[in-house]
Write a protein of this length. Structure first.
Length: 412
C-alpha cells in the first residue's frame, strides 16, 4: 500500500499555495494547514467552558449536554466518510469550500436553539461541515510529501497547532463571559469565513491524473481495501484510542475544573491552554526518534504509566494540584502518539490519501463519541479515571502491534 521514494515533495505548483517563492510557498502552506487543523479543534474546544452554563440554559443533565461534543464528533465522522472518496474524485478544494459553507449555516442556526434537541441536531451538522477542513489538513500534506518529510510536515503542523487547543478554551471562556454561549458560535462562523476567504490562494493539490477514475461511488470501494490493510489499520487504532482519551479529558475537564474545583470559565480556558502546550512539545519530540514506530511505543508506555498515576489520584485524592500535575505527562505522551500515529497511518495509505485520512479521522471520533458521554456517568472523577485507563490500555496494545510489523524501506 505504501509507495517507494516517498520522501521527496511533489513538484512545486501541483499543490503549493500561490506565492512568490519556494520558501514562502511552503510557509503559506503550513500556515493554512495549521488553520484547517485548528478549525477542527476550535469547533469542539472553544465551547468547552460553556458546558456547565448550557446545562442550566437548556435545563438538562450533564451527560445530555456532553452529547453536544459526541454529536459533533459523529458529524465529523460521517462527514469524513462521505467527503474522503469525494475529494479523491473531484479534488480537495471544492470539498473544502462546500463543507465550510455547510458549517456556517449550522453554526448560525445553533445560536437560535431554545432546546437541547435542536442544538444537538445543529452540532451534528456542524460536525459534517467541519469535517472537510479537519481531514484535508492531513490529506493535503500526503498529496505533496511522503516518508520522513510527511512526518516532519505533520509534526510541524501539529506542534504549531498546539496553540489551537491552548487558545480555543481561553477565547471561548472570554467570549462566553461577555456574550454567553451563543457568542462562541458566532466566533466560529467568523473563523470559517476567514478560511473560506484564504482558500482562494490555495492551489488544488490533487491533479486530475491522480484522481479516482469512474464514478464518485466507485471511490467508496477504497474503504474496503484500506480496512483490510493491517499496517494501516493498526496505526488507525493507535491514533484513534489516543484521540479518544484526549476527548475524554476535554469532555470531563469543564465539570472537574469549574464545578468540582470552582474555577471560572476564563480561568478554565487559561489552564487548558497551558496544558495544551505539553501536547505540542510531545508532538515535536516524536521526530527525535529514528523510527516513528519507536516514538509510538515509547509514547504508549509513557501514557499508560501516567494514566495509572492519574487514575489513582482521581480515586484516592481530591486536590487540584495533584490532578493537574498528573495530567501534564498524559498530554505530553498523547502529543507523541498523535504525530507518530498520523504519519505512520498516512504514509501507509497515501496513494488513497482522501479515503485514508477519512478512516483515520473516523476512528478517532468514534472513540471520542463513545468516551465523551461515558465520563459523565456517576462520579465524574471515577468514571473519567476508568475511561482514561481503558483507552490507554488499547493504545499500548496497538503500539505493540505496530512494533511487531516488519520494517520497510520507506518507514518514516
Amino acid at each position: 500500500m505504501t509507495q517507494q521514494n516517498n520522501s521527496s515533495p511533489a513538484p512545486t505548483g501541483s499543490g503549493t499555495p500561490k506565492s512568490g517563492g519556494k520558501k514562502s510557498g511552503y510557509a503559506v502552506l503550513i500556515a493554512y494547514l495549521v488553520g484547517l487543523s485548528a478549525f477542527g479543534s476550535f469547533v469542539n474546544d472553544m465551547y468547552q467552558p460553556t458546558l456547565p452554563a448550557m446545562t442550566r440554559f437548556f435545563h438538562c443533565s450533564i451527560p445530555m449536554v456532553q452529547m453536544g461534543l459526541a454529536m459533533g464528533m459523529l458529524g465529523l465522522a460521517l462527514g469524513q466518510f462521505l467527503l474522503g472518496p469525494v475529494s479523491d474524485k473531484v479534488g480537495r478544494k471544492p470539498v473544502l469550500v462546500g463543507s465550510l459553507l455547510v458549517f456556517c449555516v449550522a453554526a448560525d442556526a445553533s445560536v437560535f436553539a431554545r432546546n437541547i434537541h435542536f442544538f444537538l441536531l445543529c452540532r451534528f451538522v456542524q460536525g459534517v461541515g467541519a469535517a472537510g477542513a479537519y481531514f484535508l489538513a492531513r490529506t493535503i500534506p500526503a498529496d505533496l510529501y511522503g516518508g520522513r518529510q510527511l512526518a516532519k510536515v505533520m509534526a510541524l503542523v501539529g506542534a504549531i497547532n498546539g496553540f489551537a487547543p491552548a487558545s480555543a478554551p481561553v477565547l471561548g471562556g472570554i467570549v462566553a463571559d461577555h456574550f454567553n454561549w451563543q457568542g462562541v458560535f458566532v466566533a466560529l462562523v467568523a473563523f470559517a469565513l476567514l478560511l473560506l476567504a484564504f482558500s482562494y490562494w490555495l492551489k488544488e493539490t490533487l491533479p486530475p491524473s491522480k484522481r479516482t477514475h469512474g464514478s464518485v461511488w466507485s471511490g467508496f470501494a477504497d474503504y474496503g481495501i484500506l480496512l483490510h490493510y493491517k499496517p494501516f489499520m493498526i496505526h488507525v487504532l493507535l491514533k484513534g484510542a489516543a484521540l479518544g482519551l484526549l476527548f475524554a479529558y476535554i469532555s470531563s475537564s469543564p465539570f472537574i475544573f469549574e464545578d468540582h474545583y470552582g474555577f471560572s470559565q476564563t480561568h478554565f480556558g487559561l489552564i487548558m491552554g497551558l496544558n495544551a502546550m505539553f501536547t505540542a512539545a510531545g508532538s515535536m519530540l516524536a521526530l527525535k526518534f529514528r523510527l516513528l514506530k519507536q516514538a509510538a511505543f515509547a509514547g504508549a508506555w509513557g501514557l499508560a504509566i501516567a494514566v495509572a498515576i492519574e487514575a489513582a489520584a482521581m480515586f484516592v485524592f481530591d486536590h487540584f494540584l495533584i490532578y493537574e500535575l498528573a495530567l501534564i505527562p498524559i498530554l505530553f505522551f498523547l502529543g507523541m502518539l498523535f504525530t507518530s500515529g498520523n504519519a505512520l497511518a498516512m504514509n501507509e495509505g497515501r496513494d488513497k490519501a482522501g479515503t485514508a485520512s477519512a478512516i483515520l479521522g473516523i476512528g478517532g471520533y468514534m472513540f471520542g463519541a463513545v468516551s465523551s458521554p461515558m465520563v459523565g456517568v456517576g462520579n465524574i472523577m471515577h468514571s473519567s479515571a476508568i475511561v482514561f485507563g481503558v483507552l490507554a490500555a488499547i493504545t499500548l496494545i496497538a503500539a505493540y502491534m505496530s512494533r511487531a510489523l516488519p520494517a520497510e524501506a520507506n518507514q518514516p
